[in-house]
Design a protein around this ligand. Structure first.
Ligand SMILES: *[C@@H]1O[C@H](CO)[C@@H](O)[C@H](O)[C@H]1NC(C)=O
Ligand SMILES: *[C@@H]1O[C@H](CO)[C@@H](O)[C@H](O)[C@H]1NC(C)=O
Ligand SMILES: *[C@@H]1O[C@H](CO)[C@@H](O)[C@H](O)[C@H]1NC(C)=O
Ligand SMILES: *[C@@H]1O[C@H](CO)[C@@H](O)[C@H](O)[C@H]1NC(C)=O
Ligand SMILES: *[C@@H]1O[C@H](CO)[C@@H](O)[C@H](O)[C@H]1NC(C)=O
Ligand SMILES: CC(=O)N[C@H]1CO[C@H](CO)[C@@H](O)[C@@H]1O
Length: 448
């Protein structure tokens, strides 16, 4: 009971009306709704969980709740808890309480804290945490108002605590920028997710100022208000370790080829659904994965020697781009374009190619067209969706038929030529037979 009460106090969860916790043993997951003082006994079952979710209630009245220092036995108990992840949902969180409560986390083994649909109020008093470090490696805010990482004052106090933080996510929270100081404090951060916000080109330079996020590997900026490919490049140029960048679901214009150099470590680049009518330049030269699906591309001249996966689905391509300058390619997605043919002769030269998908294209099932598809399928390269999603649009006699069913045998496709050749062979055989017969008359053939 002491442990449970302590946990409750520690997490600040003496909430509103009737509440109850539910523990799922298979998932080691415990969820508590509107916990109250009366029902807090029910939190005991959560002590066996590795993840605990607290949903609903009102914390405001506990903002000034006195929380004393812990005695050694309480600290022992906190450090023996199994809980690794805590989720706070649908809560109004007074920052004052948060700053007090976070202090307890430094004694636990909690690694991940999530705030989902929370509203933060007021200012915290981070001085209380002086001298202690927080073990949390992942922190996320989703659909929150007034996140502490968006405010300079709050961060200056929180910063020393968060120096070990590796993953930070602030999504769907109307964020327009992060203060420069945030990036400079989060020196260990590997992954930053700012998806579904309102970041614009103009605010990026502040967010990624000199010295910010020196260890950042993955940056997600999808669903924001970014418009210029060149200025995004200028803004993230200083993130030397950046390997993955997601700019999908923005309204980018390729503009003139810029002289900006992308971080040299960049390997995975997502430009899906970014409003592009051509492939922007320059691309990071050592890319391994490039997603430019769901744009308005009519052509795609891409020359990237390390590229392994290329996503070109949902564009307006009428021909498969020349891929000779992408010799490492192993996966090619071409679904839902306007392709009439897949050039088997060229694709088979890509020696690492393992997977091609091209469903939903208006295929020309001429001998050459259907033959190319069938050859790719025969080599085990085509799919998923083969054969049902590969239908012919032309010639009229095959419209709507699966390309797999179109006969492409030599006799069928090259009728006159094949018959001509056959005749020639037969004639030759006839001549040979006649000669043999003549010799047989003169001198018997050894073998019939
Ligand atoms: C626990 O979670 C699993 C997986 O989601 C689910 O199949 C099961 O029904 C849950 N158990 C209880 C008691 O809710
Ligand atoms: C976002 O959070 C607010 C409370 O701040 C809540 O009313 C709303 O339903 C949440 N929206 C979504 C999509 O979860
Ligand atoms: C997006 O950017 C445009 C101009 O760049 C601006 O007019 C608009 O208000 C921005 N939208 C949001 C939601 O911030
Ligand atoms: C790129 O982003 C889109 C949309 O956000 C997503 O569906 C897709 O899986 C991503 N591509 C890759 C290669 O991860
Ligand atoms: C289909 O391909 C054949 C031979 O490659 C060509 O002669 C014909 O014009 C093409 N049909 C259409 C509709 O493009
Ligand atoms: C060629 C083709 O199949 N185009 C389709 C691509 O996807 C859009 C939307 O799903 C369809 O409307 C097109 O017909």
């Amino acid at each position: 009971m002491t442990v449970a009460a302590l946990l409750l106090l520690g997490l600040g969860l003496l909430l509103g009306a009737e509440g109850q916790c539910f523990f799922n043993r298979t998932q080691e997951y415990c969820v508590c709704y509107n916990l109250s003082q009366e029902s807090m006994g029910s939190i005991i079952q959560c002590l066996a969980a590795t993840a605990v979710e607290f949903r609903g209630g009102e914390l405001e009245k506990y903002a000034a709740f006195p929380i004393d220092d812990l005695d050694p036995s309480a600290i022992d108990m906190l450090s023996s808890l199994l809980i690794r992840k805590i989720i706070f949902g649908d809560l109004l969180v007074p920052m004052m309480l948060l700053s007090r409560v976070l202090r307890f986390f430094s004694y636990t083994q909690v690694q991940e804290v999530v705030f989902d649909s929370c509203v933060f109020r007021g200012r915290g008093d981070w001085a209380e945490m002086a001298g202690r470090s927080l073990p949390i490696s992942a922190l996320s805010f989703h659909n929150v108002t007034g996140t502490p990482v968006g405010s300079e004052q709050d961060l200056s106090g929180l910063g020393t605590w968060l120096q070990a933080l590796q993953n930070l996510s602030v999504t769907a929270s109307h964020v327009t920028r992060l203060p420069c100081s945030t990036g400079r404090l989060l020196t260990a951060l590997r992954s930053l997710d700012l998806a579904h916000n309102s970041l614009g080109d103009g605010e990026l330079p502040t967010t990624f100022c000199t010295g910010a996020f020196p260890e950042l590997r993955a940056l997600a900026l999808q669903h924001n208000n970014l418009t210029s490919y060149g200025s995004v490049c200028e803004s993230v140029r200083l993130l030397r370790e950046l390997q993955q960048l997601d700019l999908s679901h923005n309204r980018l214009t390729a503009g003139l080829a810029s002289s900006c150099q992308w971080p040299a470590a960049l390997r995975v680049f997502n430009l899906s659904d970014a409003g592009l009518d051509r492939v922007p330049e320059p691309l990071p030269p050592t890319l391994e994965v490039l997603d430019v699906s769901c744009n308005r591309l009519h052509a795609a001249d891409i020359s990237l020697s390390s590229l392994k996966q290329l996503f070109l689905s949902y564009n307006l391509l009428q021909a498969v781009p020349c891929l000779r300058s992408c010799p490492a390619l192993d996966t090619l997605h071409l679904d839902n374009n306007s392709l009439a043919e897949l050039p088997w002769g060229e694709l088979k030269l890509l020696r690492h190619l393992r997977r091609v998908s091209a469903a939903g294209n208006p295929f020309n099932c001429s001998c050459q067209g259907a033959g190319g598809l069938q050859a790719l399928a025969g080599a085990g390269l085509l799919g998923p969706g083969w054969p049902q999603a590969y239908t012919c649009s032309s010639p009229p006699s095959y419209r709507g038929h699966p390309a797999q069913d179109v006969p492409v045998s030599a006799l069928h496709c090259h009728g006159p030529a094949v018959i001509g050749a056959l005749c020639a062979v037969l004639t030759l055989l006839g001549v040979a037979a006649a000669a043999c017969l003549l010799r047989h008359r003169a001198r018997p053939c050894r073998r019939g």
